[in-house]
Design a protein around this ligand. Structure first.
Ligand SMILES: Nc1ncnc2c1ncn2[C@@H]1O[C@H](COP(=O)(O)OP(=O)(O)OP(=O)(O)O)[C@@H](O)[C@H]1O
Length: 266
C-alpha cells in the first residue's frame, strides 16, 4: 500500500520533514539468528558462550512525511513496528542510516529530555527538569504549582517531597509529562505518556496538547490506544514492519488499522 501524504488546509509552514528515512540498530555480540527458536536454544546450551558479530535490526525502512505547524499526528502500528524508533530519530537521538530528517527548532521528546533522578524528590526533579528545558528560575517559580497540580502527584498526600524512587511508574510518567508540558514547544514528541495516567489526567493532557497545537506547535503522539489517538490527533501515520503503510486523516487510517488488527481496540 502506498502512503498518501495529507497536508493541512491552511498554508502552515512545515516543522518536520522526513525524506526516505532508514534507521538500523546494530547489536554487538549477537550474530545473525538462524533456524528455529529450538535450534537457537540448543546452540546456546551447546556452546554456553556469547556469539560474536553484530546483528543489524532494520527498524525504519524508507519513511517519508512532512508535518506542519498546528498538526497533531498519531503514530500507530503493532508492537515493534518502529514507532518509538522513528520518534527518537525525529528527536535527534538516533542517526539515520539513509535519508534525512529536517526539523524546525529542537524537538522535545517528552520523558527523555527531562531525565529525572530517582534519588531526588519530586520537587527537586521539577526544578531541575524545568531548568534543563530552558526555563528561568523566575518562570519556574511562577509555574511550579501548576506543574505539580497538573501531575496530580499530591492528590493523595504530600508525595512531591518524597524521592522519585518511591513513585509508581504511572506517577513518574505523569510527573515527566507535566514538566515537559510546562513549556511551549515547536515540535513535541510524546511516547505513550497518556496511557499511564487515570482518566482525569488523560483529559488534562489532551487539553494541554490541544493548547500546544494552538500555540503553533506540532505534536506527535505514539499510542496503542486508538481512543487517545482519535481524541487527540487529526492525522495518523501507520507504521508496519518499519514501513509507512498509510498517512492520512485519523478516521480513515484508524478504520484500515482496525481492519488489520481485527476489530476496535480501546
Ligand atoms: N535499542 C535497540 N537495539 C536493537 N533493536 C532495537 C532497539 N530498540 C528497538 N529495536 C528494534 O527495532 C524494532 C522497532 O522497535 P520500536 O521500539 O521502534 O517499535 P514500536 O513500534 O515502538 O513498538 P512497541 O509498540 O512495542 O513499543 C523492533 O524490531 C525492535 O526489536
Amino acid at each position: 500500500m502506498t502512503a498518501s501524504p495529507s497536508s493541512p488546509g491552511t498554508a502552515s509552514p512545515p516543522t518536520v520533514i522526513a525524506d526516505g528515512v532508514h534507521i538500523v540498530y546494530r547489536v554487538p555480540g549477537a550474530s545473525a539468528g538462524r533456524g528455529s527458536a529450538t535450534a537457537a536454544l540448543s546452540r546456546i546450551l551447546r556452546r554456553g558462550e556469547r556469539s560474536r558479530g553484530v546483528r543489524e535490526v532494520h527498524a525504519v525502512r524508507g519513511v517519508s512525511f512532512t508535518a506542519y505547524q498546528g498538526e497533531a499526528i498519531g503514530l500507530i502500528g503493532t508492537n515493534g513496528s518502529g514507532k518509538s524508533t522513528l520518534l527518537r530519530a525525529v528527536a535527534g537521538l538516533l542517526p539515520t542510516e539513509r535519508g534525512r530528517i529536517l526539523t524546525r527548532g529542537r524537538p522535545s521528546l517528552m520523558g527523555v529530555n527531562a531525565a529525572l533522578m530517582d534519588d531526588l524528590t519530586g520537587e527537586r526533579n521539577v526544578v531541575l527538569g524545568a531548568l534543563a528545558m530552558g526555563l528561568t528560575r523566575e518562570q519556574i517559580k511562577e509555574r511550579y504549582a501548576d506543574i505539580v497540580d497538573f501531575s496530580g502527584i499530591n492528590e493523595k498526600g504530600d508525595f512531591i517531597s518524597l524521592p522519585m524512587r518511591t513513585y509508581s511508574s504511572g506517577m513518574r510518567a505523569r510527573l515527566r509529562f507535566s514538566i515537559g508540558a510546562a513549556r511551549d514547544h515547536d515540535v513535541l514528541l510524546i511516547d505513550e505518556a497518556l496511557a499511564t495516567g487515570d482518566r482525569a489526567f488523560q483529559r488534562r493532557s489532551e487539553a494541554r496538547i490541544h493548547e500546544l497545537r494552538r500555540k503553533a506547535g506540532t505534536v506527535f503522539l505514539v499510542s496503542h490506544s486508538n481512543k487517545s489517538i482519535r481524541d487527540t490527533c487529526d492525522r495518523v501515520l501507520w507504521l508496519e514492519h518499519g514501513e509507512l503503510r498509510l498517512d492520512g486523516p485519523t478516521d480513515e487510517v484508524l478504520a484500515e488499522y482496525e481492519k488489520f488488527t481485527g476489530g476496535k481496540r480501546r
